[in-house]
Design a binder for this molecule. Sequence first.
Ligand SMILES: Cc1cc2nc3c(=O)[nH]c(=O)nc-3n(C[C@H](O)[C@H](O)[C@H](O)COP(=O)(O)OP(=O)(O)OC[C@H]3O[C@@H](n4cnc5c(N)ncnc54)[C@H](O)[C@@H]3O)c2cc1C
Length: 423
Amino acid sequence: MTADRDKQQTAQSLRVVVIGAGIVGVVSALHLVRHGYQVTLIDRDDPGEGCSFGNAGLLARSSFAPLAGPDTMLSVPKWLLDPDGPLSVRWSYLPKLLPWLFRYIRSGFFDDAEATGRALHVLTDPCVDLYRKLADEAGHPELVCESDYLHVYRSEATFKKAASDMNARRKLGFRIDDINASQIQQLEPGLSSEYRYGYQIFDHAYVVDPSGLVKALADLFVREGGTLKKANVDDIRTDGPDGVGVVTGDGVFNCDKMVLAAGAFSARLAAKTGIRLPLDTERGYHITCPDPGPSLSRPVMEGDAKFLTTPMAMGLRFAGTVELGGIDAEANPRRTDVISRHAKRMIDGVNTENASTWMGFRPTLPDSLPVISPSPRHANIIFAFGHQHLGLTCAPKTALLVGDLINGRTPNIDMAPYSAERF
Ligand SMILES: Cc1cc2nc3c(=O)[nH]c(=O)nc-3n(C[C@H](O)[C@H](O)[C@H](O)COP(=O)(O)OP(=O)(O)OC[C@H]3O[C@@H](n4cnc5c(N)ncnc54)[C@H](O)[C@@H]3O)c2cc1C
């Protein structure tokens, strides 16, 4: 009791600044305020307007395959030659991308994929329980829907290619059934009858308004005593006597400890503290159809074209594709046209009129793992970014680990895979 009170008193005198009010920053900030820290959460925008705005909402607790594997590498030339393929590159960005790409390819061929998968699974697995609780506490239980989800394929070859990933998930206890054309039609009559192969993956959940969830959790953070500040972070000072200085257009926020959770923009801010990390972005796109007509009742992954379709509060969302093009170039409308064409092939008669379109910057390190770690230079700066396609899923567990690192406690898992010193 006394030790707990002492710890709380110490925490209360400590100021923490969290940079980035995406899902990772908001859940981390909430966790820290609950531990008694004086927390200021800074974002240049409203909460949940970055990559966390427009994702597909899937709490992908059984997804832990590394992004780069030999199969993926071998498919890349075919994808790049297909204008409707799931991958595109902005060739003008290639010179800047090369160091990242080189590490990514190397990781696909030489990293221990099982070890990467284990490290990802630690972050993905607890998401459903943690989000159910968070959404309840925020007063919005309706934002998290428990459900199974489907992967569907036209091509038997692609279905078979996915079998090793599905078997790896089964080994960890996930229930996954192979399903045929008539089962697919029974489960989702809106899907085209061209889908003849599939997997039904049980015991998952999805978020029906990803940005709404971030905003609801940010409101909860403020209700519980946190401070939310809208300002652009221009610089980070580490040389003063007073801990860390987070420099914004609205003045300098001095703090004892800082969490950097600025998604794909984190590398630029980390560089201001003297740390260079190979973070880049896989730009992803969505279209959301407010009045789709025929729809779906659960998330469905289009396994050939590789995008996810999720029934959201605001309509039917088709989200995915990867565009390698950095964080400065404008969105490419051709990528949302591709998704729109696939949507019409996926669901006969779907209405894509008035669909809203969006592009977001997935923060991705070349070995598929995030950095959740003290900065190698400054022990009072904690990095929490690089969650690639799984940031929504991984955020609650990441927040618990950030809490441990800020507290100076050793987390009860192996943190080496997430270390900033691994590069
Ligand atoms: C098409 C698509 C579909 C996806 N589907 C899923 C899915 O189904 N499930 C899943 O788990 N994940 C999914 N993801 C991935 C997920 O959305 C991301 O991994 C996640 O949103 C990253 O969260 P974040 O908090 O790290 O970054 P962000 O949400 O980008 O937040 C970073 C914040 O930092 C702020 N910021 C940056 N620089 C500064 C600065 N200098 N000063 C002040 N503020 C700054 C930004 O404004 C932003 O709000 C998907 C992504 C895409 C693109």
